[in-house]
Design a protein around this ligand. Structure first.
Ligand code: F6R
Length: 601
């Protein structure tokens, strides 16, 4: 979605706004703009295209500006990418940047036009500029409060006025994080933007209004009363949000997976007790009363959720329903269900809405997320952090493997709490889990082989990914990665289901990636597609004597427990998608039409 930033301090706002915006470009990148205080007025620069182009224009006019401003990077919803639809939107002395959707904007627009306001853009956001201007009589915070009380929908809103020395922001269902610096304060949609400037942050809550100047930040609730700030210190290394010599964030993040998984596991495993320490918010007694888990998530996080369908019943005796969050039917939930929301960002609107609906049934809830303090963590009883560090590439990679590992840990914890899993069995599983970082590294080290395969099929117009049981979610994830960054039509299928229809699409030379580290039945499926002329790229356990006889090409995956090979196969399919997109010269970190954090339903 869109990204917003703001700065008030002692330095010229311009360079800081451009720098922080570039760090948020993964949230949206079809147009951008800044509003900077300059000589008692507000200078607004905006255009369709990249932030770097906009910045060049700013440098060309001599980098004007004073010590405060706001900025925006857009992912279009209302109105196509264009200069007039780019933010900031201005009305009188007021300039605003907005992330979210104003649902009643047509009604408000008519009302404002009747009051004599003229609209320049096709966006819903422009009503916020005119409304704030309408109410502005010297107290910007009051004007923002009045304006936001009129709107329905979601907003992360940052506002400045030519004649006031502070910024104001407001939020409802769309994230804003505020960073406190020395003689300077910041706001942004997401933490990576702020990492070089400060790591002391707090997330605004719905209904709050922030008044930010260079010395302090006041947070007021909807009644105008001051509320205390709960600062958090982010332990992400600023370097983690830099490319550090890699050509793309995606490749860097694929390479970071051994460390990311190590972090997900770190200090959570108790080998002696054969158990896991997790912040589930559930007592053992409550865990024993559960008879079902229901997981809601979107996209890659949804694919990770499907793994739980296979792992939870076996490790914890708990059946699992998995639902795409936007299709979630909460009516089925009984109080004995544990509701789990999985979201890398913790800000995905569909997932947050599904969780809210589910919780209304009175069930206990849990989040798995990567972002400390994100909205999802405030909607649930317990949070398991994946601890993968910031993920910048739009295509999720290390956070997906982090989610898989977090699900393994959660299954073991629930299994132990429910007396379903014995200490010795749990110990063996945990021991094998600790081998995963090293094994992932082996897959990464074998990347040249995957690169060759990717390059030889880069011109195909269709890919299939097939797998059974716990490898089925990895087939889905491989196909999703391939689609989103290489723009090749790709289907992830349960291997046994292919013959019930999609097999008609398999012709001479169609690449079919078979996830074959487990089970004999997949061999039948490999023969099935092979007989129709497919080129089978099999991911098989190193030394498997059978697969090499029936597949066109084999990528060897280090041996581990079959269920954990899901993590290793993931790394291989990520590399395949990455090198395919790279061979095609595509914008890997910012695929067309996509944004990393989807904060609208
Ligand atoms: C794909 C991808 C998306 C996200 C989805 C949910 O690579 O990243 O499909 O997984 O938008 O995002 P989160 O996990 O932040 O809720």
């Amino acid at each position: 979605m869109c990204g917003i930033v703001g700065y008030v301090g002692q330095d010229n706002a311009g360079p800081i706004l451009f720098d922080t915006l570039k760090r948020l470009e993964y949230r949206g990148y079809d147009s951008a703009g800044v509003a900077i205080a300059s000589d008692g007025e507000v200078l607004v620069l905006k255009s369709a295209g990249s932030i770097s182009d906009l910045e060049k224009g700013y440098i060309d006019i001599g980098s004007p500006g004073e010590n405060r401003g706001v900025g925006h990077t857009r992912w279009a919803t209302h109105g196509p990418p264009s200069t007039k639809n780019a933010h900031p939107h201005t009305s009188g002395a007021v300039s605003i940047v907005h992330n979210g959707i104003i649902e009643n904007y047509l009604e408000l627009k008519e009302h404002l036009i009747d009051q004599g306001f003229e609209f320049e853009s096709e966006t819903d956001s422009e009503v916020l500029a005119h409304l704030t201007n309408f109410y502005y009589q010297g107290d910007l915070a009051e004007a923002v409060r009045a304006a936001t009380s009129m709107v329905e929908g979601s907003y992360a809103l940052a506002v400045m006025a030519a004649d006031s020395s502070y910024l104001v922001c407001a939020r409802k269902d769309s994230p804003i994080v505020i960073g406190l610096g020395e003689g300077a304060n910041y706001l942004a949609s997401d933490i990576p933007a702020l990492l070089p400037y400060t790591r002391k942050v707090f997330w605004m809550k719905d209904g709050e209004i922030a008044i930010i100047d260079e010395e302090k930040v006041d947070i007021r609730d909807k009644f105008g009363d001051l509320v205390p700030i709960h600062l958090e210190t982010v332990d992400w290394d600023p370097k983690a949000a830099e490319k550090s010599g890699y050509p793309h964030f995606m490749l860097k993040e694929i390479h970071e997976q051994p460390k990311a998984v190590q972090e997900t596991l770190a200090s959570r495993i108790s080998e002696i007790e054969g158990d896991v320490k997790l912040e589930t918010g559930l007592s053992d007694e409550e865990a024993r009363r559960l008879d079902r888990a229901s997981i809601v998530a979107c996209g890659t996080s949804y694919n990770a959720s499907i793994l739980a369908r296979y792992v939870f019943p076996r490790a914890a005796g708990l059946p699992v329903d998995v639902e795409v969050a936007s299709e979630f039917q909460s009516i089925q939930l009984k109080p004995s269900t544990l509701l789990i929301g999985i979201s890398q960002s913790g800000e995905t609107a569909d997932t947050l809405t599904a969780l809210r609906r589910g919780r209304a049934c009175g069930v206990g809830s849990l989040a798995i997320t990567n972002v400390v303090g994100s909205t999802i963590t405030r909607q649930v009883d317990g949070t398991v952090y994946t601890r993968c560090g910031p993920e910048i590439g739009v295509a999720a990679t290390k956070t997906f493997t982090g989610q898989l590992v977090a699900l393994f840990l959660l299954a073991i914890r629930l299994g132990r709490a429910r007396n379903f899993l014995g200490c010795e069995d749990a110990r063996k599983m945990l021991l094998e889990l600790t081998r995963l970082p090293g094994l992932i590294q082996e897959v990464v080290d074998g990347r040249e082989r995957i690169r060759e395969i990717a390059e030889s099929y880069a011109d195909t117009d269709r890919y299939f990914f097939i797998g059974r049981e716990f490898l089925y979610p990895i087939a889905l994830e491989g196909a999703l990665k391939m689609k989103e960054i290489s723009y090749i039509s790709a289907e992830g299928y349960p291997a046994g289901e292919l013959k019930h229809g999609p097999l008609a699409l398999v012709t001479e030379g169609t690449p079919v990636v078979a996830l074959a580290t487990y089970g004999k039945k997949i061999q039948t499926n490999i023969k099935e597609v092979g007989a129709r002329g497919a080129d089978v790229i099999a991911l098989a356990t190193a030394g498997d004597p059978d697969i090499c006889k029936i597949a066109t090409t084999v990528v060897e995956i280090p041996e581990t427990r079959p269920v954990f090979s899901a993590v290793l196969c993931t790394v291989a399919v990520q590399l395949l998608a990455y090198y395919t997109a790279r061979a095609k010269g595509l914008p890997i970190d910012k695929p067309r039409n996509l944004a990393k954090s989807v904060t609208v339903e």
